[in-house]
Design a protein around this ligand. Structure first.
Ligand code: C3B
Length: 836
């Protein structure tokens, strides 16, 4: 039977076609129907989890109707599409976001209320979709929101991990990792069992001559695994556009490869093969800014690139265009080097399968891709061993060698006298074993390379990719400073603040045009407004205090200064600097005459973040924070003056609670190491101030909000190299205040000193690579300025309001518009009247 229903029958279909609901009664009907039928519960048998499931399924249906229409509209418009390839999409919860984006949260709240539920309790039942580690994955999620909101025809492509980032528990002060199996009930995905791609690995390459006498390469894989598509609808805010995030899940190919074993009676080994296939998409690698070179990770990367490319090419071929039009129809953005094999795969498809000439194919490839670099840390730059790649992807390695050969030939022609340049820029590093430098391959195969904040984009041009600027010209390299979606990070996370702003600006237009926030400055002297502003901050702090009490047992005072550092634990992000500063403060309080102790500003130092399971030093930092917390929090001399809290299992939904509750947040990386940072933007947008180094986007935040509204300290990026050099040659003296902190730790104040010996010696006797000692004095002095500023609550509020008003630049809508115009050359879909 034909898939398409003939015209005369269509009227009957249209009559019953689903309409997106808008009314409370319709939501109630769908809610109860799903609970009774989809969930097979008897009437009235409904707890909060079932209520979540029911309302989520109702909204899922709502989204999919618009999703279908969006796909039709985009097919019909036949414009260039964006494909965003990312190994991580740190989405967090979907229900609240879906309700807000389609503009029905208030209606849903009433509907749930009618049926006996509080919407907050229902929302909090949802398991975070945590398919990412940190900033890079969350950036991808913000981009999806903005691309849909701005009506760009865009697809995300990723992997459907069965296990997301692990759950963190703190046991005796140590991090313990618990697997995050999150797929028990996930109403937000649609399995597409009809959309599958066979992906091959291993095997051999044979040369053949075709009928025209040309040499072609036949890759005969030794193993084939099936990729199955799972689609996740991405609703835009205030628009019907609902884009698609396609996640691939791995599965054994049906029939063929276990058939022989099965016939031979080897049933168990046939099953083992099936399981091995499923392993590919089983687990997200839990490293942030660190690469480990594991074969399974390379397999993940190729599996995902091959399936995505097949899908993209299939869609292009349906339009029956000539190959040279491919770059006019397709823009593929590589989120870091993780998807670099897509470059090689497209060249392989064009040359080996579509039999284009090499040069013609390469022209198409190099006009299709863009590459975003997110780090300059050497340990995070991907390199794959040549023997591993030879084994797993023999044809791809050949193509990489050819790309490299042609590239080096062109370099040699242009720089005939520079003897070392070829070795420096070769995709192949001549080490033992040889390594494939993925960033170089990504640069050579892309039309544009961008960093994620101004300083970072300058640094990649002057340090790690310097030679490529000389070779490719400066125009290939550009900057697109990161941003965040104001829908999730203001409206959803801080509904009261969003409402207050809307009441002053005459509506929620700022959620689509964040620059409108600047009008807030007109209200800076409005007494009622300021009062509400302060009350909202206090309410948000009280909510966090309640969570802290439930999670840790510690009672914190919501009127104290909340000082927050939440992000992945990493030496370069310098949580150690923060906790050493806390110890310094503690020692100062202890040394005070009891009568003097009324003076310091009461503070709660809040930490949160996961350490990669194999990153021992990061785990030691977590341990120290927790030990310091248990000493300080139980010291009667200190009371409310200082509390230290470690919030376990920091994730997107915790961030939504924490960001609105900070007075000050810490973004204190060694200058030049944090490419951008994005939580800095979230905190300021929610009316908190920043203490930070001159690094990443902190610099542009300062430029936008004004230096008087931020607490900057520490050495500059341009001085780091020199300082490291001096340390290396023995010119190092531990800061005297830090020395006292170290003495306290060594004296056993926070438990057995041996537990922290390696951490202290990374500063004292291993050259203090991250400049903790060099920045310590400036850090503690600046923290005193923070105290002083906080004492004057009126001025503090001035700073907060002014800063929020000037944060318009950091919307991910601005970011996506820049990518679209300067890198992708893609246009928004004209929505005609629909978008009114
Ligand atoms: C991060 C960087 O560490 C952040 O500075 C940056 O804001 C974000 O990416 C987004 O651009 N990053 C990450 O989370 N994981 C990596 N492997 C590399 C960078």
């Amino acid at each position: 039977v034909e898939a398409t229903i003939p015209e005369p029958l269509r009227e009957a279909w249209r009559k019953y076609s689903a309409k997106p609901f808008t009314q409370k009664s319709e939501i109630e009907l769908e809610f109860v129907r799903h609970i009774e039928t989809t969930l097979a519960r008897s009437l009235f048998n409904c707890d909060e989890l079932a209520a979540y499931s029911g309302i989520a399924l109702a909204f899922r249906d709502r989204l999919i109707i618009e999703w279908n229409k969006t796909q039709q509209r985009q097919t019909f418009a036949d414009q260039k599409r964006i494909y965003y390839l990312s190994l991580e999409f740190l989405m967090g919860r979907a229900l609240d976001n879906a309700m807000l984006n389609v503009g029905l949260k208030d209606v849903a709240k009433e509907a749930l209320g009618d049926l006996g539920f509080r919407i907050e309790d229902v929302i909090s039942q949802e398991h975070d979709a945590a398919l990412g580690n940190g900033g890079l994955g969350r950036l991808a999620a913000c981009f999806l929101d903005s691309m849909a909101t701005l009506n760009y025809p865009a697809w995300g492509y990723g992997l459907r991990y069965r296990y997301g980032i692990f759950k963190q528990e703190i046991v005796d002060g140590y991090q313990v990792e618990i697997p995050d199996y999150w797929l028990d009930f996930n109403p937000w995905e649609f399995p597409r069992h009809d959309i599958t791609v066979n992906v091959q690995f291993y095997g051999t390459v044979n040369k053949q001559r075709d009928t025209q006498g040309r040499t072609t390469h036949i890759w005969q894989g030794g193993e084939t695994v099936q990729a199955v598509a799972y689609d996740v609808p991405i609703p835009g805010y205030g628009t019907p556009t609902t884009n698609n995030l396609r996640l691939w899940s791995s599965k054994a190919t049906s029939g063929e490869f276990n058939f022989q074993k099965f016939n031979a009676g080897d049933y168990e080994s046939a099953v083992a093969d099936e399981q091995r296939a499923e392993t590919i998409s089983a687990v997200l690698y839990p490293n942030d800014n660190l690469e480990r070179g594991k074969e399974l990770r390379l397999k993940q990367q190729y599996f995902w690139c091959a399936a995505s490319l097949y899908d993209i090419v299939r869609r292009f071929k349906k339009t029956k265009r000539a190959w040279n039009e491919f770059p006019d129809q397709v823009a593929i953005q590589l989120n870091d080097t993780h998807p670099t094999l897509a470059i090689v795969e497209l060249q392989r498809i064009l040359v080996d399968i579509e039999v284009l000439e090499w040069d013609e194919a390469w022209h198409i490839v190099t006009h299709t891709f863009g590459y975003t670099n997110h780090t300059v840390l050497p340990e995070a730059l991907e390199k794959w061993s040549v023997p591993m790649m030879q084994n797993l992807l023999p044809r791809h390695l050949q193509i990489i060698y050819d790309i490299n050969l042609f590239f080096l030939q062109s370099v040699e022609k242009r720089f005939p006298t520079d003897r070392d340049i070829l070795a420096r820029v070769s995709i192949i590093e001549e080490s033992h074993p040889k390594m494939v430098r993925m960033a170089y391959l990504a640069i050579i195969g892309s039309q544009k390379v961008n960093g994620v904040a101004e300083l970072h984009s300058d640094l990649i041009k002057t340090t790690i990719f310097k030679d490529f600027v000389d070779i490719c010209g400066p125009d290939k390299f550009t900057n697109v400073t990161n941003g965040i979606t104001p829908r999730r990070w203001l409206h959803q996370a801080n509904p009261r603040l969003s409402e207050l702003i809307a009441s002053k600006l005459g509506g929620y237009g700022f959620l689509k045009d964040l620059a409108l926030l600047e009008e807030l400055e007109d209200f800076i002297n409005d007494k009622e407004f300021r009062k509400s502003w302060v009350e909202i901050k206090l309410m948000n702090k009280t909510r966090l205090a309640k969570h802290i009490k439930e999670a840790t047992g510690y009672q914190v005072n919501p009127n104290a200064l909340f000082d927050v550092q939440v992000k992945r634990i990493h030496e370069y992000k310098r949580q150690q600097l923060n906790i050493f500063g806390v110890i310094h403060r503690y020692l100062a309080i202890k040394a005070m005459d009891p009568k003097e102790r009324a003076k310091p500003v009461p503070r709660v130092s809040i930490f949160g973040g996961k350490a990669a399971p194999g990153y021992w030093m990061a785990k030691t930092i977590i341990h120290l924070i927790n030990k310091v917390a248990s000493v300080i929090n139980n010291d009667p001399d200190v009371g409310d003056l200082l509390k230290v809290i470690f919030v376990a299992d920091y994730n997107v939904s915790k961030a939504e609670m924490i960001c609105p509750a900070s007075d000050i947040s810490e973004h204190i990386s060694t200058a030049g190491t944090e490419a951008s940072g994005t939580s800095n933007m979230k905190f300021v947008l929610n009316g908190g101030l920043i203490i930070g180094t001159c690094d990443g986007a902190n610099i542009e935040i300062t430029r936008e909000i004004g230096e008087q509204n931020i607490f900057l300290f520490g050495n500059l990026a341009e001085d780091v190299e020199e300082l490291r050099h001096r340390h290396y040659y023995g010119d190092f003296k531990l800061d005297m205040h830090l020395a006292k902190v170290f003495d306290a730790i060594k004296g056993g104040m926070f438990g057995p000193p041996d537990d922290f010996a390696a951490l202290l010696s990374s500063v004292e006797s291993h050259s203090d690579y991250y400049l903790v000692s060099d920045d310590f004095l400036s850090y503690i002095e600046t923290q005193e300025l923070v105290d002083e500023a906080f004492r004057n609550q009126d001025e503090w509020t001035d700073k907060c309001i002014t800063s929020v008003a000037r944060m318009g630049f950091f919307s991910s809508d601005r970011v996506i518009t820049e990518y679209a115009e300067s890198i992708w050359n893609v246009e928004q879909l004209d929505m005609g009247k629909e978008n009114e």
